[in-house]
Design a protein around this ligand. Structure first.
Ligand code: 6PG
Length: 243
């Protein structure tokens, strides 16, 4: 399902409302809510909105558990850190218990960091394959999502739940959740904004010849929902304009 919004602000507001609705529903029904945050810049405004007073008091933070879909292996205070970005925009401003925040840390020893994150997942999901309630993902202009970059071994990983990957073009190690985990989620939402994503979005969404050429196309939740929330500039090259 694809939802097209007038602009980045409207997109972010709709995303914040979805986050809030999923959190409330899951806590009401199951007593807890597990959410995976993506990195990059697109989710920032959504996270800032969730930190506003009109949202903070309505979101069940005490029963909300926060995870990350990927992290760059940089120092914790490095501006490129996805964990730091989420803390600055949201988590430092809301009453989420620290024990509910499960940061992916991989400044050193990427392989060890991946194993440690997998152990955190095993503990939270009691050794069962993680099934997150809500996973947020972004889309890179090369069709990557999380840190599943085209042509990297992690895209093929079917056993490990978290894995390290070296991104040549960025000269950077990263750790990412793998497709078996992403595809086990109850709801996966791609949040895509901006003109520079128009071409890749069209290729990922509409061009069958590229099917499964891009890691983002391999995110196909087994029984969960897949939602694309995009703004008009990102949707500029899509033929069918969704309502
Ligand atoms: C990361 C993200 C990555 C991101 C896309 C889109 O760590 O870089 O997890 O998958 O979501 O690259 O990034 P932007 O939102 O900045 O365009």
């Amino acid at each position: 399902m694809i939802q097209i919004y007038r602009d980045y602000e409207t997109l972010s507001l709709a995303a914040a409302n979805l986050f809030l609705e999923k959190a409330r529903r899951n806590v009401d029904q199951f007593g807890r809510f597990s959410v995976v945050l993506s990195g990059g810049s697109t989710p920032k405004r959504m996270l800032e909105i969730l930190a506003q007073p009109s949202y903070v008091d309505r979101l069940p933070w005490r029963n909300t558990h926060v995870f990350w879909g990927d992290e760059r292996c940089v120092p914790q205070d490095d501006a490129r850190s996805n964990v730091l970005m989420a803390r600055h925009t949201l988590l430092d401003h809301v009453p989420v218990p620290e024990e509910n925040v499960h940061p992916l840390r991989c400044e050193k020893d990427p392989a060890g960091a991946a194993s440690r994150y997998e152990a955190i997942l095993k503990e939270f999901f009691m050794d069962r394959l993680p099934s997150f309630d809500l996973v947020w993902l972004g889309l890179g202009t090369n069709g990557h999502t999380a840190s599943l970059f085209p042509g990297t071994p992690v895209v093929e990983e079917q056993t490990r739940w978290a894995a390290e990957v070296f991104i040549e073009e960025q000269d950077m190690w990263r750790v990412t959740l793998t497709l078996p985990v992403l595809n086990q989620a109850e709801t996966v939402v791609f949040l895509v904004s901006g003109q520079k994503k128009a071409e890749i979005l069209q290729q990922v969404m509409e061009d069958p010849s590229t099917a499964a050429h891009f890691p983002a196309q391999l995110v196909q939740p087994k029984s969960g929902n897949l939602v694309w929330m995009v703004d008009r500039t990102a949707a500029a090259e899509l033929e069918q304009r969704a309502t």
